[in-house]
Design a protein around this ligand. Structure first.
Ligand code: MG
Ligand code: MG
Length: 259
């Protein structure tokens, strides 16, 4: 069943998503060569708890950490570890937080040091495809309108769209109905209604779309070993234009000052 939120609930979700984005902004200042992904995870957990939240991913279906940290060919669900970031890495940091009983969920892919131009282009296109998908998240459109817009943009640049993992409804539960695939056909799927809250999260591969799961039962990698990027916003469906509840601008302010 799909939960339509009240305006009050939407505002609570804005708070939980802002906490997620503020966590990303804090991490943006910490991500550099030589930092371990487990340190980033520890900092994120402290930050979320210090701000009155609960890490949304920790123990979710048994996930062991606060962040999913997915480096280079890891698509999603990377487990924080002693791995130290290297120049040229891309690192997607998926973060969830619960505040006032509602979930926030957002992902940002960061660059470590100098990243190859072709990898930068993948990040740019993935982020664009997220916003192009969000443009379709208006009442009366369908789930397929979002997926088809994301897919078209990514594939027109020669990239491929991961099929097995999708966006989702979000609210009191991290994953609610409906599923929000990053591929599909215009006009297909359920109709979007005002005050539905959904996470749109394109996972775009530089090479082929095929993936596999590691024996840890979490880490998802590209089969061809090529890099994959992931950007995610939680949004509320509106009549004319979706309202984005998470916020990249505070992350990017920190990144700009770093350079
Ligand atoms: Mg996420
Ligand atoms: Mg999500």
């Amino acid at each position: 069943m799909i939960f339509i939120k009240s305006e009050e609930e939407v505002e609570l979700m804005r708070q939980s998503n802002l906490l997620v984005s503020r966590t990303h902004a804090m991490l943006a200042g910490e991500i550099r060569e030589g930092v371990s992904t487990s340190l980033l995870d520890k900092l994120a957990e402290e930050f979320i708890r210090d701000n009155g939240g609960i890490p949304g991913f920790l123990n979710y279906n048994g996930f062991p950490n606060t962040l999913c940290i997915s480096v280079n060919d890891v698509v999603v669900h990377g487990i924080p570890s002693g791995y130290m970031l290297k120049p040229g890495d891309i690192v997607s940091v998926d973060c969830g937080a619960i505040l006032n009983g509602f979930n926030g969920d957002s992902c940002y892919t960061f660059e470590v040091g100098e990243v190859k131009p072709e990898v930068k282009a993948l990040l740019k296109c993935t982020k664009e495809s997220l916003y192009i998908g969000i443009e379709q998240a208006i009442a009366g459109n369908t789930i397929g309108d979002i997926g088809s817009a994301v897919q078209k943009h990514a594939e027109s640049h020669g990239y491929s769209v991961v099929r097995e993992l999708v966006g989702h409804g979000i609210g009191r539960h991290l994953h609610e109905e409906p599923e929000v695939p990053n591929y599909g056909k215009k006009g297909k799927g359920i109709k979007l209604r005002e005050r539905m809250t959904i996470a749109i999260e394109p996972m775009i591969n530089m090479g082929r779309k095929d993936i596999y799961q590691e024996r840890d039962h979490w880490t998802i990698r590209t089969k061809d070993g090529k890099p994959s990027a992931h950007f995610e916003h939680t949004v509320v469906v509106r009549k004319d234009k979706a309202d984005i509840l998470s916020d990249f601008s505070i992350i990017e302010e920190v990144l700009k000052k770093k350079v």
